[in-house]
Design a binder for this molecule. Structure first.
Ligand code: ZN
Ligand code: ZN
Length: 413
C-alpha cells in the first residue's frame, strides 16, 4: 500500500489539469482514458470543472476490446475510418478543446495480431486525424499526457515484482518523478521548475553556439554543429492565444536540432535502448558528415540496424537534448518502458526527425526549406541516452569562444 495514496492521486490529477493542460474557464477539455484507469480520469474531470470547464468530454478505451477487435473483426473494418470519429475530432479542433491522454497500456497488447491489420488501421486513422494531430504538434490547443499503471505495464517495468506490489512500485516512481508528494504543492513545484527551465533556454539561446563537443570516459568524442537559427526549447509551450501549457509531465529536457549534415565522431549509449520491446545494450554510433557510418552493440545490434535503415533520414540526428545526470528519472535507475518518462533520464540524442520549431520560423517552412535550414526529416524518431556522470559538453560561439555547457554530467550554469 502506498502511504497517502488518495491525496497523491488527487494532487497528480490537479497537476495535469492546472499546469499540464492549464484548462481555462469556459473550455471543453477532452480526456481519453483506458477504462482500467478510470479513477484518474474522474479526478481530472473534477479538477477541470473546478477550473470552470464548460463540459468535460471523456473517451474511454480498453486494451482487451481493442485486441478482440484486431483478432475477430471483419478485415475491411480496418480500412474504414468512421465519419463520426472524424466529425468529433473536427468538433474538438474547432472548439480548441484541451486534450489529456491518460496512458496505461499493456506493452504487449498487440502481440500475435496480424501486422497488416495494425498497419492498415494506423495508416487510415493517421490520415483521417492528421489535421487534429498537426494542430496539436503546432500548439494550436493545450494538451498533456498522464499515466496510470496497469498490471502488465507495472510488471514489465518491475520484472521482479508481481501484481499489486509492481503497481505500487510504479506509482511510487511516477509520483516521485512528477514531484507529487501528497502535500498538495506539486503545481507550485512545477511552476518553479518550468521557470528554471525557461531561464536555461534563454542562456543557451543567448550564446547561439556554432557547435557542441561531447566527451566522456566511455569514449564519446562527438562534435554536433547547430543550425544558424536554432532555438533551444523546454518546459512549457504557449498556444497562439498565449495560454501556457506543459505537454509532458515529467519533463527535464532542454532540446534543439543538430545540423543534420554536421555531426562527426563517436557517441556511446549510456543506457540500454528499448526498440519495440527489444533491448539494445552497450552500443556506439560513428558519424561522418552527419551520417551514421558505423554501429556497434554488444546486444541487439540487429534491432538498432533495422531502425536506422527504416529510411534515409534515420541515418541522421534530429534532436540534441540536455538533461542533468541527477534528474529525478535517472535517480530512479529503472526503465519505465514509456518514452514519456524514459527520455527524461539523461542527455539524449535522437536519430530521425527534428522538431520544426527548433529553427526560427521552421514550422512555417516547406520540407525543402527545413532541410536547407538544417532540420532533419524522417518517419522515425528514436531517443537514445548519452548522458553519464562525467559527461562534458563544450559550446563554441561564432567568435570562437569555448563555453562549458555541461560539467560532470550536469549544467555548468
Ligand atoms: Zn527529447
Ligand atoms: Zn526525442
Amino acid at each position: 500500500m502506498i502511504e497517502n495514496f488518495d491525496a497523491k492521486l488527487n494532487e497528480y490529477a490537479r497537476l495535469l489539469v492546472e499546469v499540464g493542460m492549464n484548462v481555462q474557464p469556459g473550455q471543453t477539455p477532452r480526456i481519453s482514458c483506458p477504462v482500467d484507469c478510470a479513477p484518474l480520469a474522474r479526478l481530472c474531470a473534477a479538477a477541470c470543472y473546478d477550473r470552470g470547464a464548460r463540459e468535460v468530454v471523456v473517451d474511454w478505451n480498453d486494451d482487451e476490446l481493442a485486441r478482440m477487435k484486431y483478432l475477430r473483426a471483419e478485415e475491411a473494418v480496418f480500412g474504414e475510418y468512421p465519419p463520426y470519429q472524424k466529425a468529433k475530432l473536427d468538433w474538438l479542433l474547432e472548439k480548441g478543446s484541451p486534450n489529456l491522454a491518460i496512458i496505461g497500456s499493456d506493452p504487449e497488447m498487440l502481440k500475435g495480431v496480424e501486422p497488416k491489420r495494425i498497419q492498415t488501421w494506423q495508416r487510415v486513422a493517421g490520415s483521417n486525424s492528421k489535421a487534429y494531430y498537426d494542430a496539436m504538434d503546432a500548439g494550436k490547443f493545450q494538451w498533456s499526457i498522464g499515466a496510470y499503471p496497469t498490471p502488465a505495464w507495472a510488471e514489465k517495468a518491475f520484472s521482479d515484482l508481481k501484481g499489486q506490489a509492481a503497481i505500487d512500485a510504479l506509482w511510487d516512481a511516477i509520483f516521485d518523478v512528477c514531484r507529487v508528494t501528497g502535500d498538495g504543492k506539486a503545481t507550485d513545484r512545477w511552476r518553479e521548475h518550468i521557470e528554471a527551465t525557461a531561464r536555461r533556454c534563454e542562456i543557451l539561446n543567448g550564446y547561439n553556439f556554432v557547435s557542441l563537443h561531447y566527451t566522456n570516459s566511455l569514449g564519446t568524442d562527438l562534435t554536433v554543429q547547430l543550425p544558424e537559427n536554432h532555438v533551444w526549447e523546454g518546459g512549457a509551450e504557449d498556444t497562439a492565444e498565449g495560454v501556457r501549457f506543459v505537454a509532458n509531465i515529467p519533463t527535464e529536457e532542454i532540446f534543439t536540432a543538430p545540423r543534420w549534415d554536421g555531426v562527426d565522431g563517436r557517441v556511446y549509449g549510456a543506457m540500454p535502448l528499448a526498440l519495440d520491446g527489444n533491448l539494445v545494450k552497450d552500443f556506439y554510433l560513428d558519424f561522418r558528415g552527419g551520417r551514421i557510418v558505423d554501429v556497434h552493440a554488444e546486444q541487439g545490434i540487429e534491432f538498432l540496424r533495422h531502425s536506422i535503415d527504416l529510411d534515409e533520414g534515420s541515418h541522421y540526428l534530429g534532436e540534441a537534448a540536455l538533461v542533468p545526470y541527477d534528474s529525478p528519472i535517472r535517480k530512479k535507475g529503472i526503465l519505465f518502458y514509456e518514452t514519456l518518462f524514459d527520455e527524461n533520464a539523461s542527455c539524449h540524442l535522437a536519430f530521425g526527425s527534428s522538431y520544426p520549431t527548433c529553427v526560427k520560423g521552421g514550422a512555417d517552412m516547406d520540407e525543402a526549406a527545413q532541410k536547407a535550414a538544417g532540420l532533419n526529416q524522417s518517419i522515425n524518431h528514436v531517443d537514445f541516452m548519452v548522458g553519464t556522470e562525467d559527461l562534458s559538453i563544450v559550446g563554441t560561439t561564432h567568435d570562437g569562444k569555448e563555453v562549458p555547457v555541461f560539467v560532470g554530467g550536469s549544467f555548468a550554469f
